[in-house]
Design a protein around this ligand. Structure first.
Ligand code: ADP
Ligand code: MG
Length: 726
């Protein structure tokens, strides 16, 4: 039986059950997925450096280099301790000498014969005046026989090596390269000035030049944008004639009277724009963008008020239960006095309560207390099990945490309903064209009065004691502290260690080292619970709480509630607190291993403090020596503008963070992960969007055979998203 794109990778030679599972972890299930597992970097082994130059400062803590060396001394093997052998020899070029070291590879003695030449790839360091290279990758170097210059580096996982996955991709490519389907005809590829799908894959996995890699990436980005923009345009054209109820904002005065403060000018303007849309029968598709703390909730509540007082139901959806509960606890009392009923529906809602809410919301049963006017919950709200009696408005908060296709799926499910999305703007302009291109925009470009700038300070471990004292002073003044630790997969640090050990014994694994080689990855990570325990020991007089994603919702909620109420002084958390949590008495945000976070994420986290009128601080704790990491963190000190930070993030980290990268999306054809996002240039984005709009306006239902594959991909994408919603 011959291999095709849909074949499971298990059918490839060398992939047994263990490796199949490991590949699955990388989101690779089929041959198609494998070929769309793109390199995360390339080693430019072709750029050979002279030893004299490799010894310069610039290479000292950094990038791997390529050296072409002749073996100068016979390798000598020595046992340094039980089970650990070390092999050493010297090798040279015209400009200098390097000592090369391998661990537990004694057989290499016979490979590195004096006088033969090799190309070595690895990092150098200087020790006692001598330049050394440990466990480099080696390739026999023979004049006239070319070696590959650009070697892809793939994201791998335990049990899958670089060598293995490169080989697997090459094998698969040999068999299926002839049957790569392309959503664009040859003619279209010429018109759009992009490579064919097949040429792009070949350029990405087996490049001959850097410019070829860019061409390949361009094609992938173009296609991703094209598919998403087509999906949105097709959806828009499909629902063009549908109508929504006209919701009147006439009683808004009553709403603003409920608030303990005056709305800012920006809030009033946005609310006017929203109400203007909702009065019309064309369904609203609007996004409210405002930096963290700009007061989006109050605007959303106004829209919900207008909806409820017009006799329709409003659904408010947020990404986490913590946030859902917070909104619930804020809105329920606010609206109680005007007879608007607010309910909460979450995964953790007790079954009986769930049944009651579902039946009231659908109008099946009536309660003396009246209808449910506003229902708050996670995305489960829009699943098919919830049927609304007369839904008029759907609000999604922290929209950037959901994918763009999730929004499209939501729009499809909410035909005839107004939709208001809200986001804290971490989308750079280039990408927002794709992401929000189909929406009207309201912007909160003004902060509520009395806000203080959060002082941002970057420190390392040496400041630990002082920092702990700082926490204590804060608590003594009645203020609260967040400590955020990066997400750690269970046993990850152990795995990393085992991996590093393995590296020492297997030079071919050196390529994998690139992944742990980034300085930031070698910093030991503070696991949340472990960290909290340590902190509690050091600050015995304070009340320390923990909240992380693996906890049951009820437990999470109760900790959050204790923190809000002031029964906890220090909350050690993972990024579950990132989104929208509002505790005005929290004035100190400490972020551990700050280098591990995206800038936009740091910005969101920083936005958790400085919410009241007290002076607030954000401490970025980082021991990373990497220059890049330092550069990134420095951005946080110099700017408070969400847009600027998002742009810097895109530049320094790529777009992966902006579009939840997930194997699930990849399976459905459009990666939606903008893998090469760092390079997505606005010309490609806008020409892909234009191409998509032309395609959809010429063939709104995508029924022509030429658009068959596109239609299929969009269908798969929406279906995949749908599953994640319900
Ligand atoms: P975000 O836009 O990040 O969702 P929130 O809606 O959570 O921000 O608002 C942040 C804080 O600002 C809340 O404590 C809220 O009560 C307060 N707030 C909102 N609007 C105003 C305003 N016009 N005047 C004073 N405080 C406000
Ligand atoms: Mg919010």
């Amino acid at each position: 039986m011959s291999l095709n794109l849909n074949s499971p990778v298990g059918e490839l030679r060398g992939v047994g059950e263990v490796r199949r599972k490991a590949l699955l972890k990388l989101g690779i299930e089929t041959v198609f997925d494998l070929l769309h597992h793109f390199p995360r970097a390339y080693q430019n082994r072709g750029e050979v450096t002279a030893v004299a130059r490799a010894g310069n400062k610039e290479y000292e803590n950094g990038d791997a280099v390529s050296l072409v060396l002749t073996i100068g001394t016979q390798p000598v093997a020595r046992m340094i301790r039980r089970g650990m052998n070390i092999l050493k020899f010297r090798a040279f070029d015209e400009s200098g000498t390097v000592e090369i070291i391998y661990f537990n590879q004694n057989y290499l003695k016979d490979v590195f014969t004096v006088g033969s030449s090799f190309r070595f790839w690895g990092r150098v360091h200087r020790e006692g005046g001598l330049l050394k290279m440990t466990s480099p990758i080696y390739e026999p170097y023979v004049e006239g026989i070319p070696l590959p210059d650009l070697v892809p580096v793939y994201t791998v996982t335990q049990g899958i090596t670089q060598k293995f996955i490169s080989g697997l991709i090459a094998d698969a490519w040999k068999e299926v390269s002839g049957e790569i389907e392309d959503i664009f005809s040859e003619e279209k590829c010429r018109e759009y000035d992009v490579l064919s799908a097949s040429n792009a894959l070949s350029a990405i996995h087996f490049p001959n030049s850097v410019s070829q890699i860019s061409k390949g990436r361009e094609r992938v980005s173009f296609e991703e944008v094209f598919i998403i923009a087509s999906a949105l345009a097709a959806e828009k054209s499909r629902t063009a004639g549908s109508t929504a109820p006209s919701l009147k904002g006439a009683e808004l005065r009553r709403y603003t009277d409920l608030l303990p403060y005056e709305l800012t000018g920006a809030q009033k303007r946005s609310l006017d724009e929203i109400c203007g849309d909702m009065e019309k029968t064309a369904p609203m598709r609007r996004i409210l963008i405002g930096d963290v703390g700009s007061g989006k909730t109050a605007v959303a509540a106004g829209a919900a008020f207008a909806c409820a007082t017009s006799g329709y139901q409003c659904a408010i959806m947020v990404p986490t239960e913590i946030l859902a509960r917070q909104h619930y606890e804020e809105l329920r009392p606010l609206f109680a006095s005007v007879g608007i009923n607010v309910e909460l529906l979450c995964g953790s809602t007790p079954a009986a309560e769930k049944r009651r809410i579902l039946s009231v919301v659908s109008g099946e049963t009536e309660e003396l207390t009246g209808d449910i006017h506003i229902l708050i919950g996670t995305h489960a709200l829009i699943s098919s099990s919830v049927s609304f009696k007369n839904l008029g408005l759907v609000i999604t908060d922290e929209q950037h945490r959901f994918g763009v296709m999730q929004r499209a799926a939501l729009a499809a499910k909410s035909e005839g309903v107004h939709i208001l999305a809200m986001s804290a703007t971490p989308i750079p302009r280039t990408l927002s064209l794709v992401y929000y291109g189909d929406l009207s925009l309201s912007r909160l470009d003004e902060m509520p009065p009395g806000r203080q700038k959060v002082d941002t300070i970057i420190v390392d471990e040496r400041y630990r004691e002082r920092l702990n004292r700082f926490i204590r002073t804060h608590a003594a003044a009645g203020n609260r502290t967040y400590v955020v630790c990066p997400m750690v997969e269970e046993g990850q640090s152990k795995t990393a260690r085992a991996f590093a050990d393995k590296l020492k014994s297997d030079p071919e694994e050196m390529a994998d080292m690139v992944i742990f080689d980034k300085e930031e990855d070698r910093v030991p990570m503070k696991a949340t619970v472990e960290f909290a325990r340590e902190l509690a020991l050091k600050l015995p007089d304070l009340r320390v709480g923990v909240v992380h994603g693996k906890m049951k919702s009820a437990a999470k909620d109760s900790v959050m509630r204790d923190f809000t109420a002031g029964n906890i002084d220090v909350l050690v958390a993972t990024t579950v607190v990132e989104v929208g949590v509002n505790v005005p008495e929290a004035t100190l945000m400490i972020i551990e291993n700050a280098e591990r976070f995206g800038l936009s994420q740091l910005h969101q986290l920083r936005g958790r403090v400085g919410r009241g009128d007290r002076k607030s601080f954000c401490i970025l704790m980082s021991d990373s020596k990497s220059i890049k990491a330092k550069e990134r963190l420095a951005v946080m000190k110099s700017t408070w503008d969400g847009y600027e930070i998002a742009e810097a993030d895109l530049r320094l980290r790529g777009a992966g963070d902006f579009f939840a990268a997930s194997g699930r999306f990849r399976q459905h054809g459009a990666a939606a992960n903008f893998l090469f996002g760092g390079d997505v240039d606005s010309d490609i984005v806008s020409s892909a969007i234009k191409a998509a709009h032309n395609t959809v306006s010429a063939d709104p239902e995508l029924t022509s055979p030429e658009n068959g594959l596109l239609k299929e991909k969009i269908g798969g994408l929406v279906k995949g998203i749908d599953n994640t919603i319900s």
